[in-house]
Design a protein around this ligand. Structure first.
Ligand SMILES: C[S@@+](CC[C@H](N)C(=O)[O-])C[C@H]1O[C@@H](n2cnc3c(N)ncnc32)[C@H](O)[C@@H]1O
Length: 346
């Protein structure tokens, strides 16, 4: 099935009958007061001014230190994001009323032609980033190719877990007829499977933008006949397979966007995945989970979802590989990325 643009997830297009005051007519204090009360302000100048408005607003808040507990930092980010989502930009006949920004044809792809209304500046910023990625692509050395993640699609910003997956793939001796990549995202694991000789790969995701994105890159890479997608919850409604690959969200938390869905798991996700996997894995089949010790480092209080499943005895752990993560922004970390290879306990 091909996902059509009207199925895509797009940020809310706001409508307002009233005139919305413009940032150029207001003092930074007046802007901050409105945002705090949840009253819209229209950014009428440039993209750069929008960034300045956000950083001046942040200075009026008590920002938790980077050493503060994870939940406190998460709560702050959510509050900041909610309040500043009232900074709006006008869209007139499909044209964004802001200087210094290029959204290409994203507005038309997401909303259709000649739309009017307001979009939050946050969403505009994300669209601008997405448009750059769509146009220029991101090169993944592990794949030897560029991918072009669409708006609202998670893409890897580190590669150690992909390198580890490639190492695992190079030693895989099982059948290569058909594999399922659960939560395919940008499609990167599917493309690694195809590159390594799998005949057919099905990528599932609940995010329609991810499927749209992966389909487009599959075409660019010449995999269109060997790669299919399905919008579904995990493994729901798929044919049994001898290989299930899943790079799940690694951190528990609430999701506020399709990209959050890639990073934060809600309660029950792993139980649902393993329940489904008992029915979708062929005899002698394998589940390969990409995971990280970040969960235990950040939330030692949370039961480990894979270990919890293994203790139930439905699956056996055949192999576990791990490797260190390089420092990010010069910061060293104890985190390790992992591969957990499981089979049914038959
Ligand atoms: C960490 S990302 C991994 C993306 C990609 N496989 C990769 O390795 O870069 C997790 C993916 O799972 C998807 N996802 C999360 N919950 C899901 C669910 N219940 N059903 C299907 N996909 C889900 C997200 O939308 C996201 O694309």
């Amino acid at each position: 099935m091909t996902t059509r643009p009207h199925d895509l997830t797009a940020p809310t297009l706001h409508r307002s009958q009233q005139d919305i005051p413009q940032t150029s007519d207001l003092s930074p204090q007046a802007i901050a007061a409105r945002l705090r009360k949840g009253i819209p302000v229209r950014l009428d100048s440039s993209f750069r001014d929008g960034q300045t408005v956000l950083s001046s607003f942040k200075q009026t808040l008590q920002v938790p230190k980077s050493t503060a507990p994870f939940q406190k930092r998460e709560q702050f980010e959510l509050q900041f994001r909610t309040q500043t989502s009232w900074l709006w930009v006008a869209l007139e006949n499909g044209h964004i009323q802001l200087a210094g920004i290029d959204l290409g044809n994203l507005i038309e792809t997401l909303y259709g032609t000649n739309v009017n209304g307001y979009l939050s500046f946050h969403d505009i910023r994300e669209m601008a980033g997405a448009w750059k990625r769509i146009q220029q692509g991101i090169h993944f050395a592990v794949l030897g190719q560029k991918l072009h993640p669409f708006f609202g699609v998670y893409f890897p910003t580190r590669t150690e877990h992909l390198e580890l997956f490639t190492t695992w793939l190079s030693q895989y001796k099982g059948p290569k007829r058909y594999a399922v990549d659960v939560g395919t995202g940008s499609g990167i694991l599917s493309f690694l499977l195809l590159k390594n000789g799998f005949e057919q790969v099905l990528g599932t995701d609940m995010n329609p933008n991810a499927l749209w994105s992966a389909q487009h890159d599959a075409q660019r890479l010449g995999y269109q006949g060997r790669f299919a997608t399905k919008q579904t919850d995990l493994l729901n409604d798929i044919e049994p397979t001898s290989l299930i690959v899943f790079n799940p969200p690694w951190i528990p938390g609430r999701s506020h966007s399709s990209v959050d869905d890639a990073l934060f798991f809600e309660q029950g996700l792993f139980t649902r995945f393993f329940d489904q996997a008992t029915k979708k894995l062929l005899p002698n089949g394998r589940i390969v989970l990409i995971f990280s010790t970040i969960l235990t480092l950040l939330r030692p209080d949370i039961p480990h979802p894979i270990e919890t499943e293994l203790s139930k005895g439905r699956f056996l752990l055949l192999n576990k590989m791990q490797r260190k993560v390089k420092p990010t922004n010069g910061k060293r970390t104890k985190e390790k990325v992992q591969i957990w290879e499981l089979s049914l306990n038959e």
